[in-house]
Design a binder for this molecule. Sequence first.
Ligand code: PLP
Length: 233
Amino acid sequence: MTNIANNLEIVRSQINVACQNAQRSTETVTLLAVSKTRPADELRAAYTQGQLDFGENYLQESLEKIEQLQDLEICWHFIGPIQSNKTRPIAESFNWVHSVDRLKVAQRLSAQRPDQLPPLNICLQINISGEESKSGILPEQLPELASQVLQLPNIQLRGLMAIPASSEDPQQQRRPFARMRELLQQLQLNHPDHSELDTLSMGMSGDMDAAIAEGASIVRIGTAIFGARVYSK
Ligand SMILES: *Cc1c(COP(=O)(O)O)cnc(C)c1O
């Protein structure tokens, strides 16, 4: 458990250094702790160290943890693939959804968002490396989908998310992130009245420095905080 405290400190200082190198202030980057497959007590340990944002991929698992951690003021982010018949519990229990990639899902999230809650923050997932196996829309599909999503009442489009093809080379890593930065800038130009379009969700344990260099505002970090994941399924 103390490992989590140590790891968090290491990740935070890595973010600080990356921000300094990019001449950005540290507050412009939010650390999202990706806690898929990790038990609730590990999230609680991270929370005790001041970690407030958690990202989950698997709906059933995440709903159990949300229930177990009700006493904490966690900001919950859904970052996994979404089945359109499973949107209701996401709309009811999460603050953010990073993985919206079709209008139908956005429409359902908006319709199912409870009235007493603030609008659900969403990002559109971009398949930035054009990989067959990855979800997300292609960059050329963004303008139309964004225009449609911006009209939905109970969700607020905040920006873009991507999981680029993995690479060990920092220069290679930066290219797709730079492309994402340009896509968000274009979106902002197309919709100057939407100042809430401010989010680039990009960068994981292996490429967060490159993502921060290119403007990431949320980095999604799992392994570097919780250690390697063990899948029992
Ligand atoms: C698992 C996951 C992460 C975290 O990846 P790490 O390499 O463990 O930091 C980030 N984003 C998404 C969408 C994920 O599924």
